[in-house]
Ligand binder design. Structure first.
Ligand SMILES: NC(=O)c1ccc[n+]([C@@H]2O[C@H](COP(=O)([O-])OP(=O)(O)OC[C@H]3O[C@@H](n4cnc5c(N)ncnc54)[C@H](OP(=O)(O)O)[C@@H]3O)[C@@H](O)[C@H]2O)c1
Length: 272
């Protein structure tokens, strides 16, 4: 891991760091960078499984939480408020999320509704319950959205819509929060090699390539340190985002459908 003074200084500026979904993928890499930064912050992870091999050098607590359950969110925030240091800036990273592929409502109504809960409802709920603390102490809310949030995406219609919600909500909240010293950043990765494909119902990697988790997180942390309202990670993804934003949404959806069909992703879908 390369030293990066801007990122380390940024991470050292908080007394409390709360991340969701650091048990795997992008969240776990963000946590590794937090471990490596030498921050004195108290660090919390919220997810259903605990991250492994955490460095003893940070003050870390895993709090079990299924973010699809509003009651879990309420009770975990009560625990957080007892455990959080009383002063200092707060960094909240809403990273947990998962996808789905297939003609609506595949892979199933339950999966689809849980995805809305984890990807869109939970970040709003968690942030709202912590908002007064973040406002009074100063802080940064980071939302891991997706490149898919920039256009309507057939065959991933609900997933992309959850991320469009998160992206727009995050940018709007950034405008509201500035006057209180609170900033928000929406991170929008394209394909990144993590457990994401498996959780989205694919048997094996879809071969879509993309960024390594390290590349994605390095760029994300740079954008967070610069308090940018949004970032699409990876230059190819930025180009795609730029081009699709210039098309009408129905046209972008039609072109998207043709492109996704060409990828023949059905080959990789787990058999029921
Ligand atoms: N990888 C990509 O290609 C890609 C592209 C664009 C955006 N993203 C976004 O990046 C974020 C991280 O995904 P990833 O790629 O790192 O995938 P991942 O390796 O599958 O990690 C997903 C994380 O979300 C957590 N999570 C899922 N359901 C949860 C629930 N009900 N309650 C609490 N936590 C839950 C998981 O924790 P537990 O299982 O322990 O609960 C896990 O730590 C997601 O929001 C995803 O939409 C990923």
């Amino acid at each position: 891991m390369l030293k990066n003074k801007t990122i380390e200084r940024y991470l050292q500026d908080f007394s409390c760091i709360i991340i969701t979904g650091a048990s795997s993928g992008i969240g776990r890499e963000l946590l590794s960078r937090i471990e490596y930064s030498g921050t004195a912050a108290v660090v919390f992870n919220l997810s259903r499984t605990s991250p492994e091999n955490i460095s003893k050098a940070i003050k870390f607590t895993h709090l079990n939480c299924d973010l699809s359950q509003p009651t879990h969110i309420e009770s975990v925030v009560m625990d957080l408020k007892k455990l959080m240091p009383a002063n200092g800036r707060i960094l909240l990273i809403n990273n947990s999320g998962f996808g789905a592929y297939g003609e609506f409502p595949k892979p199933g109504i339950d999966h689809t509704l849980r995805m809305i809960d984890v990807n869109s409802r939970a970040p709003v709920h968690l942030t709202a319950l912590l908002w007064e603390d973040i406002k009074s102490r100063g802080g940064h809310v980071v939302n891991v959205a997706s490149l898919a949030g920039y256009q309507p995406t057939p065959l991933m219609a609900t997933y992309a819509a959850t991320k469009a919600f998160l992206l727009n909500w995050s940018i709007a909240l950034d405008s509201e929060g500035r006057e209180f010293g609170v900033r928000c950043t929406a991170i929008c990765p394209g394909p990144v090699s993590t457990n994401f494909s498996k959780a989205a119902g694919f048997e094996s990697s879809t071969g879509m390539g993309g960024q390594t988790v390290q590349e994605c997180v390095e760029e994300s942390l740079q954008a967070m340190a610069r308090q940018r309202p949004q970032l699409i990670t990876g230059w190819k993804n930025r180009l795609l985002g730029f081009l699709s934003a210039r098309l009408s949404k129905p046209l972008a959806a039609q072109i998207g459908l043709r492109m996704i069909r060409k990828l023949k992703l059905d080959r990789f879908v787990k058999k029921a």
